[in-house]
Design a binder for this molecule. Structure first.
Ligand SMILES: Cc1cc2nc3c(=O)[nH]c(=O)nc-3n(C[C@H](O)[C@H](O)[C@H](O)COP(=O)(O)O)c2cc1C
Length: 353
């Protein structure tokens, strides 16, 4: 169990943290389509300096033929940031990895976990769990192309696969190809009959399967993903694994990220309160709105920042109605923030009285 705020994490956590720092994989925020765009990542980076942050999945077709500046551009403040690729052609993946490295990404990750129909039609994502040799070829090609780390995010199996065999086969293939880390979403994907959303909840989680994998491969960096809702759970997994990846809990309740640096890395949080972090977003909002970005595109990622704080609902409602209007700008965000009761100011006021 972790000690809570205002106390330092115990020494083993600090030691482990510094040992992992150069890898930056101890705590990651998951790749999430439509969610972890560049505005979201900039905002998350204000809340934690140490987490590894992932882009949304981008297909090799988009990387090689799309508008690269729009698809791959990011703010240097986001670092360390990893690009997640969707694809199954070793040559295209190698070329895309090269583009990622040229753009300055910290890591390139191959998606072997997405179950959507579109992805299945392209024969990539989770269905690659059935083709470990091909995944190995993809990783080998990417490794040969770039010096940045190449990682894989996978499931424990698909459909009627036996997770013991399926995950072992995939792990052996990517390890032989030189993969730098494996991130395992600890549930199967069922490709027939479940939507992508259902595939994030219905197939049962099996953390023990991932622990067994780590025990069998102590030399391979293995991170666990799926169903982690707070930092105590993250710390528990970290006692057995190299890293954790948090998805929905990080996005829907971003205030949790404000404790990551302190609790998992033993360094101070970037900001004392969610409110001061939100205020630090204002110069970014001003810059981006001046460039033509709509306020809502940025502030939609902040809606869960004040969960449990008085005024949080009014903050959300203000943004939901006002941030979508033409002309909405940093003043709109400031007005939304004014609804949130500044707990620190209240404490100071009470103390002075
Ligand atoms: C809206 C949304 C979009 C997602 N998009 C991706 C994606 O692009 N690539 C990927 O590997 N996983 C994607 N995922 C899955 C997450 O990365 C993660 O594996 C999953 O949500 C389980 O982790 P969690 O329980 O911590 O949320 C997505 C999840 C959500 C909620």
């Amino acid at each position: 169990m972790l000690r809570r705020s205002n106390s330092l994490p115990d020494e083993s956590i600090i030691e482990n943290a510094s040992a992992m720092n150069h890898l930056s994989r101890r705590f990651a925020i998951a790749p999430m389509m439509e969610w972890t765009d560049r505005h979201c990542r900039f905002f998350h980076r204000l809340l934690t300096r140490r987490a590894l942050i992932y882009t949304e999945m981008i297909t090799t077709g988009a990387v090689l033929r799309g508008d690269r500046a729009r698809l791959l551009g990011y703010d240097p403040a986001e670092h360390p940031v990893a690009l997640q690729l969707g694809g199954c052609d070793p040559r295209q993946l190698a070329e895309s990895a090269r583009v990622a490295a040229d753009f300055g990404y910290h890591e390139v990750n191959l998606n072997v976990g997405c179950p959507s129909d579109r992805v299945q039609e392209g024969r990539f994502g989770a269905c690659l769990m059935a083709e470990p040799a091909l995944v190995g070829d993809c990783v080998a090609a990417m490794k040969a192309a770039v010096a940045i780390p190449v990682t894989v995010k996978c499931r424990i199996g698909i459909d009627d696969q036996d997770p013991e065999q399926a995950l072992d086969a995939l792990t052996h293939a990517v390890k032989a190809a030189g993969v730098d880390a494996l991130i395992v979403h600890a549930r199967k994907a069922w490709l027939e009959g479940l939507s992508p959303r259902e595939n994030r909840d219905i197939p049962p989680l099996d953390y023990d399967r991932v622990y067994r994998l780590k025990a069998a491969h102590p030399d391979l960096s293995i991170a666990l993903n799926g169903g982690i809702i707070d930092l105590d759970q993250a710390a528990t997994h970290l006692s057995r694994l190299d890293g954790v990846m948090m998805g929905r809990a990080a996005y829907q309740e971003p205030w949790r990220l404000l404790a990551v640096d302190r609790e998992l890395f033993g360094v101070p949080s970037p900001f004392a309160t969610p409110r001061t972090a939100a205020e630090a977003l204002i110069p970014y909002i001003e810059r981006e709105v001046a460039r033509g970005v709509r306020l809502h595109a940025i502030t939609r990622h902040t809606l869960g920042l004040f969960r449990g704080v008085p005024g949080a609902r009014a903050f959300r409602r203000h943004l939901a109605t006002e941030a979508v209007k033409p002309g909405a700008d940093a003043a709109t965000f400031r007005a939304a923030l004014a609804h949130v009761v500044d707990m620190d100011a209240q404490v100071a006021h009470t103390a002075a009285a």
